[in-house]
Design a binder for this molecule. Structure first.
Ligand SMILES: Cc1ncc(C[n+]2csc(CCOP(=O)(O)OP(=O)(O)O)c2C)c(N)n1
Ligand SMILES: [Mg+2]
Length: 294
């Protein structure tokens, strides 16, 4: 069932157009260059906390931020790209990872529990999936739109399902995302359960899809779902590096970054992408230069 083309819809890159693709690339590419610097800093042992890198899922964050403007975000531990895509300040994330008072959570959250009101980001403190009921409470109290993201393991926590049920009953303005990398640290879904979170959400009357991490397919469904919230997306994704830290467990099942940039190049965007990439690289370099210089 896991495949890079799950839920594929033809011709979406052309339909969403050039401007959309370039903005998507700009965000995802910066996420990637920022994370490369975090990796470098981790390898130089600049951090005293565990680091959860989002390399491999940069396009998920980028497309959520483009489609869900104004949403409150309740993410999980693999959220650097979410913070950056939704307008968080990269310097404040750098300082957060370094444990400084100038960090986005005053150095108290670290990598896994980013709280950053300026990026509209709340909710997680390390207990897997807790952000989902907290997001429901926020959507219920404020009636403002909320995005909550959990992993394929956290989605198994028992408090997730009353949250979905309450969102369905109250028609809460929420998008639920399960970023499904098929891993609970190292244990695959097939060992842990025989049911599908999207089917359970659908059984409660929540429009739900089970798709691969193709950003245009995600954009297509978000556009539709936003008209009739709540909605649930199980997004098959791939983390390229260890659960925490910078090592590699295995060859990635697929490389979404490569697949997406190839599709963008087919739209004739190669030279514009190269200009954007140079700017992003330089920006990430400047942000980390003082820390990484020997
Ligand atoms: C309630 C709870 N149980 C166990 C843990 C330990 N733990 C931290 S991350 C993790 C796996 C998370 O997997 P998933 O939700 O799929 O996210 P991913 O790391 O794959 O992005 C576990 C078991 C925890 N933090 N909280
Ligand atoms: Mg997982």
């Amino acid at each position: 069932m896991r495949s890079a083309t799950l839920g594929h819809i033809p011709n979406l890159p052309e339909k969403f157009g050039e401007e959309f693709a370039l903005e998507l690339f700009k965000r995802a590419n910066f996420n990637r260059h920022f994370e490369y610097k975090v990796k470098e800093a981790a390898e130089k042992k600049l951090f005293t906390i565990p680091i959860y890198l989002s390399i491999g899922t940069e396009f998920n964050a980028a497309v959520f931020s483009m489609m869900l403007q104004g949403y409150k975000i309740f993410g999980q531990h693999r959220c650097h790209s979410i913070y950056l895509s939704f307008g968080g300040k990269p310097e404040a994330l750098r300082d957060e990872l370094l444990g400084l008072e100038t960090g986005c959570s005053r150095g108290m959250s670290g990598s896994n529990a980013i709280q950053a009101p300026e990026a509209n980001m709340f909710g997680h403190s390390g207990l897997m999936g807790e952000q989902v009921p907290i997001a429901c409470g926020a959507a219920f109290a404020s009636r403002e739109p909320c995005l909550t993201i959990c992993g394929d393991a956290s989605v198994e926590e028992d408090y997730i399902y009353p949250s979905l049920g309450w969102a369905a009953t109250e028609k809460l303005p929420m998008i639920f995302v399960c970023e499904d990398n098929d891993l609970s640290i190292l244990t695959k879904v097939s060992v842990r359960r025989n049911w599908s979170p999207a089917n359970v959400a659908a059984s409660m009357g929540i429009p739900a899809v089970d798709i691969a991490d193709d950003p245009w397919v995600i954009a297509y469904h978000l556009e539709t779902m936003k008209e009739n919230l709540p909605g649930f997306l199980n997004i098959r994704s791939v983390r390229h590096l260890w659960h925490a830290g910078t090592g590699v467990d295995d060859v990635p099942e697929w490389d979404r970054y490569q697949l997406t940039t190839a599709a963008m190049e087919k739209l004739g965007l190669k030279s514009k992408m190269s200009v954007i990439e140079d700017e992003n690289k330089e920006r990430a370099h400047a942000i980390w230069a003082d820390c990484l210089e020997d």
